[in-house]
Design a protein around this ligand. Structure first.
Ligand code: AMP
Length: 249
């Protein structure tokens, strides 16, 4: 069984992003970029499934500009066997990515597609669900445990108030939650080995997909600044302020 793992290049989670002065977006010039953390978990899970003998090949896919090759090399250093870059400088929205992934699913026929539950830059939480709909595949989102059993995959999901376990027939789409696993560190020998792995490049046109954005960003703004705190002399004043000023009790 092949596993396809889409990996997105995003601003590193340690970077505090700044809104551009004209309010058109956030400034990503000269900031550290990394693989989306949920996608690292997805690659790790695919590698663990391969180590257990449940998968034969792991293909990492990234859609974006040429720099996404770095993200693919990281995925290959974790253990993906090869990479596919869908290269474009166009802004990619979740529906466009889902369409590109659908074209690659048709081409590669993977048994599982493991995505992150969301990208930490757009926080859309849409691509996996859209892909499942476009490819007409069963989906299990927010996975905290994945077990392959023959032609079924059992996925435990974190839901309100507990855990839900569902059984899907493969091929299927899974999206990862934070507690699924802890990704391994990439070692230098594996980084070197990854440089030699196969990386194919396609353009969206090669896959017959129009990636033109459908949504327009109207404005991006900073969250309101937090006011300074105050000291209160006693509990009665505190309760009074919570009731009448903050109006939270
Ligand atoms: P989103 O729907 O944007 O929150 O993204 C959810 C997941 O879809 C991510 O964790 C990735 O696995 C995948 N994804 C989104 N955008 C891309 C992209 N440009 N390239 C590869 N994978 C992507």
């Amino acid at each position: 069984m092949k596993i396809l793992v889409p990996v997105k290049r995003v601003v590193d989670y340690n970077v505090k992003v700044r809104v551009k002065s004209d309010g058109t977006g956030v400034d990503i010039a000269n900031v550290k970029m990394s693989m989306n953390p949920f996608d690292e978990i997805a690659v790790e899970e695919a590698v663990r499934l391969k180590e257990k003998g449940a998968a034969t090949e792991i293909i990492a896919v990234s859609c974006g500009d040429a720099k996404c090759q770095e993200t693919l090399r990281t995925a290959m250093a974790i253990g993906a066997d090869r990479g596919i870059l869908v290269e474009t400088t166009e802004e990619l929205q979740p529906l466009a990515v889902a369409k590109l992934l659908k074209a690659l699913v048709d081409k590669e026929q993977p048994g599982l597609i493991i995505l992150g539950k969301q990208a930490i830059d757009d926080d859309a939480n849409q691509t996996g669900q859209m892909l499942a709909a476009l490819a007409d595949l069963p989906q299990a989102t927010f996975a905290s445990k994945v077990e392959v059993a023959g032609d079924k995959v059992n996925v435990t999901r974190e839901v309100d108030g507990g855990l839900e376990t569902i059984s899907l027939s493969v091929p299927a789409v899974i999206t990862t939650d934070l507690r699924l696993n802890e990704p391994r560190y990439v070692t230098l020998p594996n980084i070197m080995k990854a440089k030699k792995k196969q990386l194919d490049t396609f353009k969206p046109e090669d896959l017959g997909v129009d990636v033109k954005p459908r949504l327009k960003t109207l404005k991006v703004s900073e969250p309101p600044k937090r006011g300074a705190g105050i000291k209160v002399p006693d509990v009665a004043t505190l309760v009074d302020k919570l009731k009448n000023e903050a109006k939270v009790i």
